[in-house]
Design a protein around this ligand. Structure first.
Ligand code: NDP
Length: 327
């Protein structure tokens, strides 16, 4: 028996509570993990509040990330005592997730905890931070360098945004942070942002093309914000799009793509191949300042994680939430 958050019921009529769960209720998998830390990502908050159809089957333990210690393994790559990290793969959506003291998953989904990070720091990074790194890698892959010009990061005080700002600044980029929270300007500057842009300037319908400003962009917003970001890209600029905080739609024109050769690259962390994940975590070990990472953390007790999910969606949380489960 162990403690875990359980989402029960059905879509549109779900109940969420901290419960005692029996190990036999966990899904099949060849590795069992004692979870030390988990986290709350935007997607976890949607799952726990039921605001979007994230949960694909009930009952479900939410939590798309965890870090912990292997307690049993039939997988060749992992043995009892190994420290591991999991991000995505549908865990917390269709396979019980990390907001419980125990998890059972396929060993193919696990990666070793990078030496540079504690389990708590790995969860401070979590899917949000690992996605920020995937976005940086996408810009690099398409030829963006610090000499290319300014980089825009939307949703900058959020999880993906905070890590993206810190990574880009450390790599020598000049970063403009877009935020709806002007009171967090000092925080964003402490992460390395050079300029702050009010989110309102990108939220209203705009022209198909505006002044060429950004060499690259990491966008967590989607919707009108992403359309306006594309319209303001420099010739051959690159936008890495990973989120929908402003909306699922994309009310844009093709003008930035056919007249300026702008690249819009989609970034998905959930099913990203293992090699890319290992590369992203290696790069995080090298390029993320752990003091800055620590400054992004809000620790939410396991008992309060359900309430924390609502606060995340209300935009009341800055940076990353870490949930100590047994850690
Ligand atoms: P957070 O809640 O931590 O951050 C989201 C930020 O977006 C907020 O802090 C806010 O920043 C900004 N924001 C909120 N509402 C709006 C709005 N209406 N218009 C523009 N910006 C807004 O979430 P995460 O950083 O964890 O995730 C961000 C997005 O990325 C989510 O949509 C999430 O689903 C997606 N995501 C996608 C992944 C993938 O694999 N593709 C992986 C991880 C996340 P501020 O107040 O500074 O403006």
């Amino acid at each position: 028996m162990f403690k875990g958050i359980l989402i029960e019921g059905s879509r549109g009529d779900q109940q969420v509570s901290l419960k005692t769960i029996e190990e036999v209720e966990l899904p099949a998998g060849d590795v069992s993990v004692d979870v030390a830390f988990s986290t709350l990502n935007y997607k976890d908050a949607l799952a726990i509040t039921g605001k979007s159809p994230i949960v694909k089957q009930y009952p479900m333990v939410p939590g798309i990330d965890f870090a912990g210690t292997v307690s049993s393994s039939d997988h060749a790559d992992f043995k009892v005592g190994d420290k591991v990290v999991l991000n995505g793969w549908g865990v917390g959506e269709k396979h019980c997730g990390g907001l419980a003291e125990k998890a059972r998953v396929s060993g193919d989904w696990l990666i070793p905890l990078p030496e540079a990070f504690s389990a708590k720091q790995a969860m401070a990074i979590g899917t949000a931070g690992y996605t920020a790194m995937l976005c940086v890698m996408a810009l690099e892959k398409h030829g963006v360098t610090p000499d290319s010009g300014d980089i825009l990061v939307t949703g900058a005080t959020g999880g993906v945004g905070s890590v993206a700002v810190a990574l880009l600044a450390k790599l020598g980029y000049s970063v403009t942070a877009v935020t709806g929270r002007s009171e967090e300007a000092d925080y964003l500057k402490s992460l390395g942002a050079e300029k702050i842009l009010d989110r309102a300037e990108l939220s209203e319908p705009g022209k198909p093309l505006v002044r060429e400003t950004w060499a690259g962009a990491i966008d967590v917003a989607g919707g009108q914000v992403l359309a306006n970001v594309c319209a303001g890209m420099k010739y051959r600029g690159v936008v890495a799009a990973c989120g929908l905080a402003a909306g699922m739609d994309l009310p844009a024109t093709v003008a930035p793509f056919i007249l300026r050769g702008v690249t819009l690259c989609g970034v998905d962390s959930v099913m990203a191949p293992k090699q890319e994940r290992l590369e992203a975590w290696k790069r995080l070990s090298e390029d993320l300042d752990t003091d800055l990472l620590d400054s992004m953390i809000t620790e939410v007790p396991f008992e309060d994680a359900i309430e924390g999910a609502s606060q995340l969606l209300e935009g009341k949380v800055r940076g990353r939430i870490v949930v100590p489960v047994t850690g």
